[in-house]
Design a protein around this ligand. Structure first.
Ligand code: FAD
Length: 490
């Protein structure tokens, strides 16, 4: 009987090790979630167990090398936090993050590390973004502290300082799951509400998620943020000169010829001869051009509107830029031909096909970045009342309103839309996510919410002006903003 049980345990352990390894190497969202489901069912862990999932799994995976590496990384992060977290005060907080882009995922991971219950709501059900993000030295270092290399061994190899959007999402989702973050993919955030006669603030989504409490709402839902709109953040639009961008991806088959291609970022004001050659050869006038090599050959550039018109890319020349570049007005074969000319000029072999996106369409995209949206405030205090409280508040009882307040904060592109040639987007998303996680700490330590909002605003003003150089050594990488921003006052 004992031998039989031992055999059963050995078999179970083998399955567990296999499931953990499958999880680590999973590529698509479906693969990540199904291997995670296997891990949960083999260990009988509930997805609601928060950070205990991490401790249980690390204890059980002592024989798995990558888990040891991950635990070492997390141990040093926890040690570095230098505060008394993981206490019931942290566990009482329920953080809801809207959006599983880089900003939302970092906010979720850092909040989970504090011992808070974290849920991420993401409307998409797939990871399909091929755009490659340039990362500052600070962001590279930060991602290394999370163990990025464990899940994406090519990370940082040979001084590489960029990563595909879907690769960063993939590795951060895995880290989040291991730290007990709960994910709902395929759900659209709608608003916060209270059930009649109840005090708890809940999150309303479509499709519905039952009983999802929220003590801090983090809007990381990109430029068109539902959270910012729903909670009346004052967002201003800054209009710049007309700038049309194009991104496209060609398959990378990693032949020696392709591997030898050098990555570059050039601007026409510094390399006029290079850009004149492109114009003379293909009738394409560019202002700048960036090429990165990752899982794909990735290109991003600013193109003159007239070049697109001359190359017959539009069905109709419309005066409104948004209507002009709308996909319904774009002739995809002509745009692909233009992309092919540029890729060939840069050395991508003609035999390499353009990558297809999740809709099975060529992954080539026009975007307008002449206007950029920016929120005045990083956070707002929002009263969420049930019917009875609303009635009392109406007859002038402001105290009722006060007791039902919740902080809503924005991170990443929803807070400040990036200007892509500066490569600030993902980097500032990470910084603002760390700032948002600091609010979790302050809520748990019962700091008055007006003060929490004030500190966050101070962080935002610092973050807005952050550039790559500002965030190199000697600053420490931590959720504590006083260790990241060169100031003692926020
Ligand atoms: C062409 C291009 C090139 C770029 N190049 C660079 C670069 O070189 N370097 C760089 O740092 N940045 C670059 N960026 C910017 C970068 O992609 C973003 O800044 C970065 O992804 C910010 O992350 P985020 O988490 O704030 O938002 P996003 O990555 O936009 O994520 C938002 C998420 O929220 C989800 N969502 C939206 N609404 C809802 C809702 N109601 N409910 C639930 N989920 C919702 C979306 O599906 C999405 O997954 C580039 C952007 C573009 C378009």
């Amino acid at each position: 009987m004992q031998t039989q049980n031992k055999l059963k345990d050995e078999e179970k352990n083998k399955l567990f090790i296999q499931a953990m390894d499958n999880f680590r190497s999973a590529e698509t969202l479906d693969e990540i979630l199904s291997s995670w489901q296997t891990i949960l069912s083999l260990t009988h862990l509930s997805p609601n167990s928060g950070i205990h999932i991490y401790y249980y799994l690390m204890c059980k995976s002592k024989g798995i090398n990558w888990c040891k590496d991950f635990k070492n990384k997390m141990d040093s992060k926890l040690k570095q936090m230098d505060m008394n977290h993981l206490t019931p005060e942290y566990n009482e907080q329920s953080v809801v993050v809207v959006g599983a882009g880089p900003g939302g995922l970092v906010a979720a991971i850092e909040s989970a590390l504090l011992g808070t219950r974290v849920t991420v709501i993401e409307k998409r059900t797939y990871l399909s973004r091929n755009n490659i993000l340039h990362l500052w030295p600070f962001t590279m270092k930060y991602l290394n502290t999370l163990g990025a290399k464990i899940f994406y061994p090519k990370f940082g190899v040979g001084g590489m300082d960029h990563i595909g959007t879907k690769q960063i999402q993939r590795l951060l989702i895995k880290i989040g799951l291991l730290l007990g973050v709960k994910f709902y993919f395929g759900h659209n955030f709608q608003d916060l509400h209270k059930l009649p006669n109840q005090d708890q603030i809940l999150t309303r989504c479509n499709p519905h998620i039952p009983d999802l409490p929220c003590t801090l709402l983090i809007g990381a839902d990109g430029v068109s943020s539902t959270v910012a709109k729903r909670y009346d953040f004052n967002r201003k639009t800054f209009v710049h000169s007309l700038s049309i961008g194009i991104t496209f991806n060609f398959n990378n088959t990693h032949t020696p010829e392709e591997i030898s291609l050098r990555e570059f970022a050039v601007a026409s004001i510094y390399h006029p001869a290079y850009f004149k050659e492109i114009q003379d050869k293909f009738n394409i006038q560019l202002e700048n051009l960036v090429y990165y090599q990752g899982e794909t050959h990735y290109f991003v550039m600013t193109i003159k509107k007239n070049s697109l018109i001359d190359r017959n890319v539009f069905k109709e020349v419309k005066p409104q830029i948004s209507e002009l570049i709308d996909c319904s007005n774009v002739k995809i074969p002509e745009l692909v031909a233009l992309a092919r000319d540029i890729a060939t000029f840069c050395g991508v072999p003609q035999t390499n096909e353009i990558v297809l996106n999740h809709l099975n369409k060529p992954d080539v995209q026009l975007f307008d970045f002449s206007e950029r949206i920016q929120s005045d405030d990083a956070s707002r205090i929002i009263p969420v009342l049930n019917q009875k409280e609303k009635e009392i508040a109406e007859i002038a009882e402001p105290e009722v309103e006060k007791s039902s307040n919740v902080i809503v904060t924005l991170v990443g592109d929803s807070l400040i839309e990036p200007f892509w040639p500066l490569g600030t987007g993902c980097n500032r998303a990470v910084l603002s996510a760390l700032d948002a996680a600091w609010m979790v700490h302050e809520l748990a330590t019962k700091k008055p919410i007006d003060d929490i909002v004030k500190t966050r605003q101070g962080c935002y003003l610092k973050m807005k002006n952050a550039l790559a150089e500002t965030f190199m050594e000697p600053f420490k990488i931590s959720v504590n903003p006083y260790t990241r921003y060169s100031t003692r006052r926020l």
